[in-house]
Ligand binder design. Structure first.
Ligand SMILES: Nc1nc2c(ncn2[C@@H]2O[C@H](COP(=O)(O)OP(=O)(O)OP(=O)(O)O)[C@@H](O)[C@H]2O)c(=O)[nH]1
Ligand SMILES: [Mg+2]
Length: 302
């Protein structure tokens, strides 16, 4: 699922565009009264459509799957998100109400230009009242754009483990993706994706950001990793690093947190270790040290 939401503009942009539309439509009318009615009609049509489009372009939280819902909750204020959408809906209703009210006033009376002026004042004020909400929605739009484009229906494997242990390196070895790899922890800031194909079968890999052993105090990056392994992954590959960028005891503790999900174990960096250092561990945890063998094993699970 990919969220590609159009930019949410500032109130003045919508006001200006609505007025231009109204002016254009009005200019086609000869009768002054008719002109004002037409102007209001087109201002309303444009704003109704625009505000409706904003509402439709954002995901409907009642229909959203758990992963995306949780992702929203951990990357932005969910309350503000709902309130902002509510405010846009409110503005839409208010504008509709005033459009009806003022056009029927004009139909009944004479001083139509003055009434149109009052109408425009009302509409502008409504839009200005939702200024902060529109701004928030534009920020939310940018955040939603960074969500991983996780496809439904594929066998999905999450690479999980402490920072700097070699998850992203493993992803680049078993898929054709070229993610950022760096010799320091917390390189991966969102979820990297990669695909491996064998004949007609395809595996979707999620390379999650390194997670420390502190489930209670997770930051939003760590939460993404947690959400991915709990809501999406069909299989978890837990990466251990015996060169101990982080103490093995801590890596062990994080491993035991997800042990019930029956993760496969991959041992990284064995190319820079003496076999004595990892051979017992490899046996005990049935760990993979060869990326290709791990990949083949994963295909056999589909
Ligand atoms: N020699 C060797 N170096 C490795 C191996 N795997 C990873 N590294 C190195 O370890 C460092 C961290 O690797 P990454 O793949 O970025 O680690 P990560 O687990 O994705 O780290 P975060 O994204 O920060 O959680 C890099 O300098 C890699 O080159 C390996 O199998 N052998
Ligand atoms: Mg990484």
């Amino acid at each position: 699922m990919k969220f590609n939401i159009p930019k949410v503009e500032v109130p003045q942009f919508y006001i200006d565009t609505a007025l231009t539309r109204g002016r254009k439509a009005a200019s086609k009318q000869k009768d002054q009264k008719q002109r004002e009615i037409e102007r209001i009609k087109h201002i309303n049509i444009y704003l109704k459509k625009t505000l409706q489009n904003i509402l439709l372009s954002f995901p409907n939280t009642t229909e959203l799957d758990r992963f995306h819902l949780e992702m929203i909750k951990c990357t932005m204020s969910y309350v503000k998100f709902k309130k902002s959408l509510g405010a846009v809906n409110w503005a839409k209703q208010q504008i509709k109400r005033f459009s009806k009210k003022y056009s029927s006033k004009i139909k009944r009376g004479r001083a139509s230009k003055k009434l149109t002026g009052a109408y425009i004042g009302r509409v502008s004020s409504i839009l200005k009242q939702i200024k902060t909400e529109l701004k928030f929605l534009d920020e939310a739009r940018k955040i939603l754009k960074t969500f991983p484009d996780i496809k439904q229906g594929f066998f999905t494997v999450a690479l999980f483990g402490f920072p700097n242990v070699g998850k992203t390196t493993l992803l680049s070895k078993i898929t054709s993706s070229k993610p950022e790899i760096a010799p320091y922890p917390f390189t991966t800031r969102g979820i990297n994706m990669g695909y491996a194909q064998k004949k007609h079968q395809k595996i979707q890999f999620l390379d999650t950001p390194g997670t420390l052993n502190r489930f209670q105090k997770m930051n939003s990056i760590e939460k993404q990793a947690y959400l991915a392994i709990h809501n999406i992954a069909d299989k978890i590959v837990y990466v251990f690093d015996l060169t101990e960028s982080f103490p093995l005891s801590e890596q062990m503790q994080l491993y035991s947190n997800i042990k019930s999900k029956k993760p496969l174990v991959y041992l990284s960096k064995t190319d820079i270790m003496k076999p004595e250092k990892y051979i017992d561990f490899k046996k005990k945890y049935s760990a993979f040290t060869n990326p290709e063998k791990l990949k083949n094993h994963l295909f056999s699970l589909i």
